[in-house]
Design a binder for this molecule. Sequence first.
Ligand SMILES: [Zn+2]
Length: 256
Amino acid sequence: MKISNQFDRIDDELYLKNVRLDGYNVRGGLIMGSDRAVIFDTLSRPEDMLGYKELIEDRKLMIIYSHADWDHIWGTAGVETQPKLIISHKNSLKRFSTDVPEVLKDFQKRQPELYGSVKLIAPNITIESELVIDLGGITVQLSPLLGHTQDSIVAYIPEKGILLAGDAVETPFPCLGERSPVANWIEKLEGWRENSDLKTIIPAHGDISGPEILTQNINYLKAILNGEDADLPENMSEFYKEAHRDNVKFARKQGK
Ligand SMILES: [Zn+2]
């Protein structure tokens, strides 16, 4: 088992960690002000949280779940600094008694060596609208962005013009669930596109990009919602070939 302990340091206040999963990567963030620190997604296994404590030092810690999909929240038990708050969208909470434990049970049965140490830790604060958190010299602005899931939120750092987008933005394209509210998703992404201070978008899966990724994702979502051909990259991995087929299927079910 390979344990990745490597962070990408953006600057003194923002670190990213990328973990390899089966066929794709997942990325989480650590945002640090002078008083408080925020872990944005705890990745997939407790081992993924090694190294955070040394960076956080004596700051008060908050954890934010971009949404309750397994690859973003299963590392929480490995966080060595006691979090004051674990924040998610309100709709995440019920998932902790429905699909989240079911998925974990399945993974632990099939791959106990990888997922045996995972413990589910539910949020203790939930939001349904914007929440601004002052970390000391740097701000994190949480906003719901329902689309990929019904419990997705994104984190904007206005001082840097950086958006941590979770799975609301993705390259080569975003992934739908069976009941993704695609029309709302497009509308919210269009709203973010109007923010001229937004310079950098950091998705959980795929490439860190400029605002052009918003237009690319919007165009993709509109195309599949309207039953048109979407622009796809030439050499897609098996993972994304299958994801695209699922996206088309889920979008078709929604109609127009
Ligand atoms: Zn994901």
